[in-house]
Design a protein around this ligand. Structure first.
Ligand code: SAM
Length: 232
């Protein structure tokens, strides 16, 4: 076992296309003492694809209270841990955040291995202003949804939202109702076979997706609050 305190590596992985795997991520996944994954089966397949053999343990929303302190203890004992989420950058709308916070509180070094994240990929192709933006993650499904939407009405920065396929239309309708018919874009299945980005007013996006089978993973990008001058 290595001497001193260990390092927590936040290892980014592809959001679809395996060619987007950062080479440094491959090395860290192989060299760490342990890989903590949101879904060990999925990460196991990824590691196998890249010929990586290492110890895998699960760290997800349902066991983070129990597993988090154990992982912190191992780091304090000198082990290095690579944390991986299902896809993209760990900690961005997934449970790695809690582990990072505990590591920081314990003065454990936390090192990012940067790579893909769906939010930034979608923003970059949206055609909407990218100089100032706000990442909102998933809107609450029920409790607090209206309040959160209300808070966004005067937000002038570009909004980035994650959404599941079965709530896409409802969320677009709620956004139309609260924010008005703003320019927006919807990116689906980024880096994958059925990748597409649809741009238009929110009402046009609703018309586009209504009546279709809505499948895949989605990011919504919405123009920030437009003042009177910008609207005309
Ligand atoms: N940590 C991830 C990241 O860095 O993007 C996000 C994890 S979050 C639990 C999963 C959500 O990210 C999906 O529901 C979807 O909104 C978005 N997402 C992930 N992969 C995507 C892709 N290939 N295309 C579009 N959206 C994607």
């Amino acid at each position: 076992m290595p001497a001193g305190i260990g390092t927590l590596f936040l290892v980014s992985t592809p959001i679809g296309n395996l060619e987007d795997m950062p080479p440094r991520a491959v090395r860290i996944l192989a060299e760490a003492d342990l890989v903590a994954a949101e879904d060990t089966r999925r990460t196991g397949i990824l590691m196998q694809h890249f010929g990586i053999r290492n110890r895998l343990e699960s760290y997800h929303d349902y066991n983070k209270e129990r597993t988090g302190p154990r992982l912190i203890q191992r780091l304090l004992n000198g082990e290095s841990i690579a944390v991986v989420s299902d896809a993209g950058t760990p900690g961005i709308s997934d449970p790695a955040f809690n582990l990072v916070r505990s590591a920081a509180e314990n003065r454990i070094p936390v090192v990012p291995i940067p790579g893909p994240t769906a939010a930034i990929a979608a923003l970059s192709v949206s055609g909407l202003p990218t100089d100032r933006f706000v990442f909102e993650g998933f809107l609450p499904a029920k409790k607090g949804r209206r309040t959160r939407l209300g808070e966004l009405t005067k937000e002038s920065r570009t909004l980035i939202l994650y959404e599941s396929p079965h709530r896409l239309i409802r969320t677009l309708q709620d956004l139309l109702e609260t924010l008005g018919d703003r320019p927006a874009s919807v990116s689906r299945e980024l880096t994958k076979k059925f990748e597409e980005t649809v741009r238009g007013r929110i009402s046009e996006l609703i018309a586009f997706f209504s009546g279709r089978r809505i499948l895949g993973e989605f990011v919504l990008i919405i123009h920030g609050h437009l003042d009177r001058e910008q609207k005309s």
